[in-house]
Design a protein around this ligand. Structure first.
Ligand code: SF4
Length: 383
């Protein structure tokens, strides 16, 4: 079997997949969300299927462009465009947090123009989580209150039952297992002869975000066992790490790997950043507190202020452990979070003497020739 033909990986190629239909067959609900700062364990404990919204393969933003100026991130516009075309009508609810201003406005438009539009029959509840931008104990209390309110709201208005400790415990176990499996697969990616390409790793991560985690765990176990026995990829390709804005477009990763590189690690929200930290069960915390703590204190993304040094330390270690030969920093045009973060990294990673390419791009494939030329030149330059 070739991993690229694996049915689980193929789930990443489209938005709809058979697990969505299967879930809905039992009248169970699906909740769309945008960001890794959402406590998925809580949703899963409520017997909801948290579906991570993506815009894979969608290159048209014409409908979204009538509501959002082109200054807005093209990932956000592409996903809004899909929603306006009805592609996300299978969602029963939407949960968004203030990750960045672009996604915040997306929430309002999704709500006004999709959920309330004429002919859309579902009564879609929408939840908005306001999260502090700093990691402090006071900030934690704020975020905790938001999530407690979300839980009450779900119980009273959406699922009409209580979420028990047993529900939470079982969900935590499933999610911790899920991250542990993804970390084991990641270990097979950073070794001398990687067992999988960066394209395959991203496909696994995207598929994992698009199916209920109970099912994903069985698939990941199977894939890990297959990879463990498989021969590693012996290649002269340069070992590259990719960092930056949202990537859910396989073609972008393929473009890099087709230019003489192999992506052996990343720091992306559809990637390693989301699998580093687990929910820790401690007697002094309630189960819900433990879930909230993981989300709030975990290895952060640049939406969190004053935590850049922690992210930098992770990157330096990962560059060493994965024997990275070059770093690609990429930013979707007008993504201000990664605009600043990537520029800081350009300076701070210099002390490692590692070649760095800093590129701006659109979410979808645009100006591919220019991008490809720059990436090829960069890879060639790495001695
Ligand atoms: S890529 Fe940047 S601008 Fe776009 S949604 Fe993510 S953080 Fe926001």
């Amino acid at each position: 079997m070739n991993l690229k033909d694996d049915p689980f990986l193929k789930i990443s190629n489209s938005i709809l997949n058979p697990h969505i239909t299967e879930w809905q067959k039992y009248n169970k609900k699906i909740i769309g969300h945008y960001c890794t700062y959402i406590p998925e364990e809580l949703l899963y404990a409520a017997d909801l299927f948290p579906f991570r919204i993506r815009a894979t393969g969608h290159e048209d933003t014409t409908l979204a462009d009538t509501y959002m100026v082109r200054f807005t991130c093209s990932f956000v516009r592409a996903s809004l465009d899909m929603a306006l075309r009805g592609i996300y009508d299978f969602l029963d609810a939407l949960l968004v947090c203030n990750s960045c201003d672009h996604s915040r406005r997306m929430f309002e438009l999704f709500d006004l123009k999709v959920f309330r539009r004429k002919g859309f029959t579902k009564q879609v509840p929408r939840f908005y989580i306001a999260m502090p931008h700093v990691i402090t104990d006071e900030g934690f209390e704020w975020y905790k209150r938001e999530i407690e309110e979300l839980k009450e709201n779900l119980e009273e208005n959406f699922i009409k039952r209580s979420i028990t400790d047993e529900d939470l415990r079982s969900s935590i176990e499933i999610y911790n297992k899920n991250r542990a499996l993804l970390r084991k697969i990641h270990e097979l990616r950073i070794i001398d002869a990687p067992k999988l390409t960066g394209t395959e790793a991203l496909q696994i991560s995207m598929a994992n975000a698009s199916v209920p985690k109970g099912i994903a765990n069985n698939e990941l176990r199977r894939i890990f066992n297959f990879l463990k026995e498989k021969e590693g990829i012996k290649t002269e390709a340069k070992r590259i790490m990719i960092i930056g804005s949202e990537v859910d477009d396989i073609n972008f990763i393929k473009l890099i790997e087709d230019s003489g590189a192999i992506l052996v690690s990343d720091f992306l929200c559809f990637g390693t950043r989301n699998i580093l930290d687990d929910v820790k069960l401690e007697n002094r915390n309630t189960l819900l507190d433990s879930i909230i703590k993981r989300v709030y204190y975990r290895t952060s993304c640049p939406r969190m202020m004053d935590d850049h040094i922690r992210r930098l330390e992770f990157l330096k270690n990962e560059i060493k452990n994965a024997q990275i030969e070059g770093v690609i920093l990429q930013r979707i045009n007008n993504c201000d979070l990664y605009g600043c973060e990537n520029m800081m990294l350009v300076h701070e990673l210099k002390e490692l003497n590692i070649p760095i390419l800093n590129v701006d791009r659109e979410f979808y494939q645009a100006d591919t020739t220019r991008l490809q030329t720059r990436i090829e030149a960069f890879i060639e330059m790495i001695s």
